[in-house]
Design a protein around this ligand. Structure first.
Ligand SMILES: Cc1cn([C@H]2C[C@H](O)[C@@H](COP(=O)(O)OP(=O)(O)OP(=O)(O)O)O2)c(=O)[nH]c1=O
Length: 206
């Protein structure tokens, strides 16, 4: 699509690419950034989402700043954090982590925070953290066993993906659904529009 400015998505998340695509936006470049995502001691989940989304964007900015082809580009990045109260659930890499996260989420409310960050060519950070409240039903042993076997927890904050099998665990959701998947579309479009992006440029018939 013909965006007025060049957009780099500092992400390796297929969900984020898909959500932007769904909104008619195709970034000119994808740059997955490998940063340390360890929370600081007693860091609030909201602060963590904000900090990490900023750090992903800053890392991408540093990587392209001396590349003439990418001068004048904007950089979009995001980070999703799942928390029960102030307790931050890890992005599940191992089955035992996923199992404890699912036991913790069972029958309880939790909050999903996604930090989004847009960096302008003159390195100004436009940031926002969006919050969605989610409540899971009480999960049976079989629910957990089958979900673990599905592998859909892998690499996901809180060890679940609402867009897959875990969608049926959700009893209640207050706020943005796309925020839970990894990129709050309403707020992302606001940030882009605020910087003069033509967010409708990719809205063609068919
Ligand atoms: C809660 C939840 C998270 N997730 C995903 C979104 C994110 O990809 C991931 C959280 O990890 P992030 O660190 O936010 O993102 P990432 O490492 O996958 O991608 P990148 O940093 O390169 O942008 O969990 C879902 O897909 N569905 C869900 O319901």
């Amino acid at each position: 699509m013909a965006l007025k400015h060049k957009l780099i998505l500092a992400s390796g998340s297929p969900r984020r690419v898909e959500l932007l695509h769904q909104s008619g936006i195709e970034p000119a470049r994808l740059m997955p950034m490998d940063i340390d995502e360890t929370p600081k001691k007693s860091e609030h989940p909201r602060s963590l989402a904000r900090r990490l989304s900023g750090e992903k964007g800053e890392a991408a900015f540093a990587a392209v700043r001396s590349d003439a082809a990418w001068q004048g580009s904007y950089i979009l990045s995001a980070d999703t954090v799942v928390a029960v109260g102030r307790r931050i659930l890890p992005k599940a890499e191992f089955i035992d982590e996923a199992s404890s996260a699912l036991h913790l989420l069972s029958g309880r409310g939790h909050v999903v925070y996604t930090g989004i960050c847009l960096i302008t060519p003159d390195r100004k950070l436009r940031q926002k953290v969006v919050e969605t409240k989610v409540r899971f039903k009480r999960l049976s042993g079989r629910d957990i066993e089958m979900y673990l076997a599905s592998g859909q927890w892998r690499g996901k904050a809180g060890a679940y993906g609402i867009q897959g099998l875990a969608g049926s665990f959700v009893q209640k959701l207050v706020g943005s659904y796309t925020n839970v998947v990894g990129l709050p579309l309403y707020e992302t479009m606001l940030l882009l529009a605020g910087e003069g992006f033509d967010v409708h440029a990719g809205w063609q018939e068919g």
